[in-house]
Design a protein around this ligand. Structure first.
Ligand SMILES: O=P(O)(O)OC[C@H]1O[C@H](OP(=O)(O)OP(=O)(O)O)[C@H](O)[C@@H]1O
Ligand code: HPA
Ligand SMILES: [Mg+2]
Length: 180
């Protein structure tokens, strides 16, 4: 599996350090606000686990499963809600945790949905941002790292369901997806 990686961009330690830094900012920003922290499955599962442990104030957590990439490296443009939240969100301060914002389609759809559900506020925290590929005007409020316009995997991010368990973020060798 490691042989399919062209270059490691962010190590386990890099990610741990950035989670501590963002977590301490979130602790300040959400003190007394009882946020509902939402993990966008599946990609954000590891970053979510890191981030919530660094939020040192009251917070509730929930999960949504949405998908737009299917098995490929290109967004289908159609966002499917596979699992919705368990709790109502009206009047809540929402913090969305993502692994990556690429075209912005997934987040734009989620932000619209939460606004429609009359939340008090909605902010976005993402491990990775790939601004070069944006087609929707989504601006994350908390960003771990900006990545170049390449298909990255690891630390929750997949290609065809694999590589999510890599403890780092790396660039997938193009021959891996070009031959598939
Ligand atoms: O900004 P976008 O172009 O919308 O891309 C970002 C989204 O795509 C990936 O999810 P995917 O739909 O592949 O599902 P997964 O999280 O289950 O892998 C990623 O986890 C983000 O949620
Ligand atoms: O670069 C990426 N890698 C994995 N999943 C993704 N979903 C959007 N962009 C990516
Ligand atoms: Mg995702």
């Amino acid at each position: 599996m490691n042989n399919d990686i062209k270059e490691v961009l962010y190590s386990k330690e890099d990610i741990k350090n950035i989670a501590v830094k963002i977590g301490s900012q979130l602790t300040k920003d959400y003190e007394g606000k009882n946020p509902l922290v939402i993990c966008v499955l599946k990609g954000a599962f590891l970053f979510m686990a890191d981030i919530v442990r660094e939020i040192k104030t009251y917070a509730e957590i929930d999960f949504m499963d949405v998908s737009s990439y299917g098995d490929g490296t290109e967004s289908t443009g159609e966002i499917k809600i596979i699992k919705d939240l368990d709790v109502p969100v009206e009047g809540r301060n929402i913090l969305i945790i993502e692994d990556i914002i690429d075209t912005g389609r997934t987040l734009s759809c989620l932000v619209d949905l939460f606004q429609h559900r009359k939340v008090a506020s909605v902010k976005i925290c993402t491990l990775l941002d790939k601004p070069e590929r944006r087609v929707k005007g989504v601006r994350p409020d908390y960003i771990g790292f900006r990545v170049p316009n390449e298909f990255v995997v690891g630390y929750g991010l997949d290609y065809k369901g694999f590589y999510r368990n890599l403890p780092y973020v790396g660039v997938l060798k193009p021959e891996v997806y070009e031959n598939n």
